[in-house]
Design a protein around this ligand. Structure first.
Ligand code: ADP
Ligand code: MG
Length: 692
């Protein structure tokens, strides 16, 4: 575009839609098509048919019953049809003057007066009929279809569409050789009138198969490339000799590791013993005991003479980790002149400076905190292992910032820290195979012994009094209770007033019981004070907004009440429920819902509550969540800017996904130049998002 000229609204819209290059335009495929290639005679029309009719206007007037509308009558010699417009311009009225020949397209409805069309698209009947179906592209208001059609056409004509898929691979995918990339795209932008709309819509047409296979392959190649790039980097090998810190820690723990914990500890140990950086996700349901696994990995790093950083998304969670890890590790570290340090944003300078010094000198063998841990001023002496808890709550940028903490004493060969990410939201298999293909995954699939399963009840808000009775019963047994109030997205203030009111109600209904309130606007010191009272059992009921969502560990809590449960996401509900059932006592979760103004719950809200009532299994919950929400939302952090699949569907195209996974390594090895071109074509500059 010419220099210096301001961009027009459609040009801006193109950029916003990511349609910068010719290839991007060529890959911008229609949502659907309109068939303007033929005329349906009214005499042969069917009820409900989307049709194009052509004839002469015989009457046109403004009617006032039942409301103001423009009504024109079209006669094609085989029948008549009324064209009705409830909003219209004077120009439209003029264009429909009696005697004019018109082509009208819309849905045909049979009525008392014969056929009708409401708000049809009308054109003068002089132009020849188009030879192909008319594409309708995904677009925005400032980018009209006609403009977009033109730029897509020229992008398609200019783009380099030479095949990047070697014949042998195309055959492996079972692709029809007649549909190369160019043929497939030209066809999908302008399918001929004889094409089956059904095959286009369900994307089973060979042209669609070609595009989906190519897209999935690009995604696999991009992840393979980032994995190989990482494999070329160096990391310090972390190994602990027998009789070292990890063994001491194990001996000091008040419990035995579960089989699953032992297995993942070994997987992680094998990774960090290598000289290439680990990039591993540790997934395990809430309460499965991931923290101790992280502590053991940290012990290995420390034993090997390196530092370990552990980051959590909230200050409360970070502090819990801090206290737990101090309890486990400090007795072992002190004799060696080492310690555990604590870093958060809310820290006073007076506290912070000595912490930073301990980190820089290496005396702080383990550094626990929030994202404050990765800020620029934090200089590690030698960071060997970084652990990110609840990784999905961190953004891509934060994870990339960790790479800035390289060990660079020897500039020529900087060492990367090993990276362990932890999550209670397991990644369903199809996602693990696609978006997370570059990640190694360890899974804790067993809960520590002695836990009783949580019983989940879904009840209407109108039964609040019974829920309060239930709370009384738990308190009478010396147990504690969480009450979570919903997040009201539009208004944090409303959110808060709701939690405050609930807090007051409960305090009144439960005389003699300490009822606490926790919300995100409170000063950190107050939050900590409330948490401390709840943790040591003095506080019977903790009312909170979703700040307790992750990680909080109070084994004596046995009842979780979630108010307006219909407003929460499924994985959020599961996480919240995981706050109870941590001790031996039978625990319960009550999901209170209140139907909307129309007295009904929405379908997805219903599906979520049903899933919660039916299963406690985090994997099953994650699978249903994916089903309800689709991968876009599920991906969370990776979603921002990440190239989501546009054409392929992970479930429906699982076969192609498996093939793409197998095909990527041989393609990269045998045809590296084609592989690079393929990734650049499909992902442009977006592939780095997948690497964080
Ligand atoms: P999460 O995986 O949700 O982060 P935590 O690490 O917080 O779970 O562990 C939950 C609770 O279980 C903690 O109190 C922890 O000390 C305890 N725990 C962990 N492993 C075991 C085990 N093998 N046996 C008994 N209790 C365990
Ligand atoms: Mg945890």
């Amino acid at each position: 575009m010419p220099d210096g000229k301001p961009l027009s609204a459609p040009q801006k819209a193109l950029i916003k839609l990511g349609l910068a290059r010719d290839i991007d335009l060529a890959l911008h495929l229609p949502l659907r098509y309109e068939d303007e290639t033929r005329i349906t005679p009214l005499g042969a029309a069917r009820e409900g048919e989307a049709a194009q009719v052509e004839g002469t206007i015989t009457a046109c007037e403004i009617a006032y019953r039942p409301r103001r509308q423009l009504v024109a009558t079209l006669d094609d010699g085989t029948g008549t049809c009324q064209l009705r417009f409830f909003s219209f311009y004077p120009a439209q009225q003029k264009a429909l003057a009696p005697g004019t020949r018109i082509r009208a397209r819309g849905e045909l409805r049979g009525g008392f007066f014969g056929w009708q069309m409401v708000h049809p698209v009308c054109k003068p009947a002089d132009a020849p009929l188009p030879q192909a179906l008319t594409p309708v592209y995904p677009t925005v208001a400032t980018l009209p279809q006609a403009y977009l059609r033109k730029v897509v056409d020229s992008g398609l004509a200019r783009a380099d569409l030479s095949d990047t898929l070697p014949q042998t691979l195309a055959r492996r995918f079972g692709l029809d050789p007649r549909w190369g990339l160019r043929e497939a795209l030209e066809f999908l932008h302008r399918p001929g009138p004889e094409t089956s709309l059904a095959a286009l819509e369900d994307r089973s047409h060979p042209a669609w198969q070609r595009l989906k296979a190519e897209e999935l392959l690009a995604q696999q190649l991009s992840q393979l490339q980032s994995k190989r790039e990482r494999d070329a980097l160096r990391a310090p090998p972390l190994r602990a000799a027998p009789g070292g810190l990890p063994e001491h820690l194990l001996a000091a723990l008040p419990f035995e590791l579960t089989g699953a914990q032992r297995r993942v500890v070994e997987e992680i140990g094998a990774d960090i013993a290598r000289e290439t950086p680990m990039h591993r996700l540790l997934q395990g349901d809430v309460g499965s005991g991931k923290t101790v696994v992280a502590a053991l990995a940290a012990a290995v790093a420390i034993e090997a003479g390196w530092q370990c950083a552990l980051m959590a998304p909230t200050e409360i969670l970070a502090e819990q980790h801090f206290r737990k890890l101090i309890g486990w590790l400090e007795p072992l570290l002190t004799p060696r002149g080492l310690r555990v340090a604590w870093l958060t944003g809310s820290q006073k300078k007076k506290e912070r400076v000595p912490m930073l010094e301990a980190v820089a000198s290496g005396q702080a063998a383990l550094v626990v905190g929030t994202h404050a841990v990765i800020q620029e001023q934090v200089l590690f002496k030698q960071l060997g292992l970084a652990v990110i808890d609840e990784q999905h709550r961190f953004g891509v940028a934060q994870r990339l910032a960790l790479r800035g903490k390289l060990h660079t004493q020897d500039e020529s060969a900087p060492l990367e820290p090993h990276l362990l990410m932890m999550s209670a939201t397991p990644i369903p298999r199809t996602l693990a195979m696609s978006y997370y293909a570059d990640l190694d995954v360890s899974t804790i699939d067993e809960l520590p012994p002695g836990r009783t399963p949580i019983v989940t009840k879904v009840v209407a808000d109108s039964r609040r009094a019974q829920v309060v009775d239930r709370i009384r019963a738990q308190l009478a047994q010396g147990r504690q209770v969480y009450w979570v109030c919903p997040l009201i997205e539009e208004s944090e203030a409303l959110d808060l007033s709701n939690a405050t009111a609930t807090h007051a109600d409960l305090a009144e209904a439960l005389p003699g019981v300490m009822v606490g309130l926790l919300h995100s606007r409170m000063p950190v010191a107050d939050k900590k004070a409330v948490m401390a009272l709840f943790e040591d059992g003095q506080m019977g009921v903790l009312v909170s907004t979703t700040v307790i969502e992750v990680g909080v560990d109070v084994p004596n809590a046995s009842l979780m009440v979630i108010e307006h449960a219909e407003r929460f996401g499924l994985s959020q509900l599961h996480q919240l429920r995981g706050r109870v059932g941590r001790g031996a006592a039978a625990s319960a979760c009550v999901l209170m819902f209140s139907p909307g103004e129309n007295g009904r719950l929405g379908d997805t809200a219903k599906a979520r509550l049903k899933a919660m009532a039916q299963t406690n299994d985090g994997f099953e919950i994650a699978r249903r969540d994916l089903e309800i929400r689709g991968p876009g939302e599920f991906l969370g952090a990776r979603q921002s800017g990440a190239p989501l699949l546009r054409f392929a569907d992970l479930e429906a195209d699982r076969g192609l996904l498996e093939l793409a996974r197998e095909a990527a390594p041989p393609m990269q090895d045998r045809y590296p130049a084609l592989a690079d071109r393929h990734v650049a074509r499909w992902l442009g500059g977006k592939s780095q998002y997948l690497k964080a």
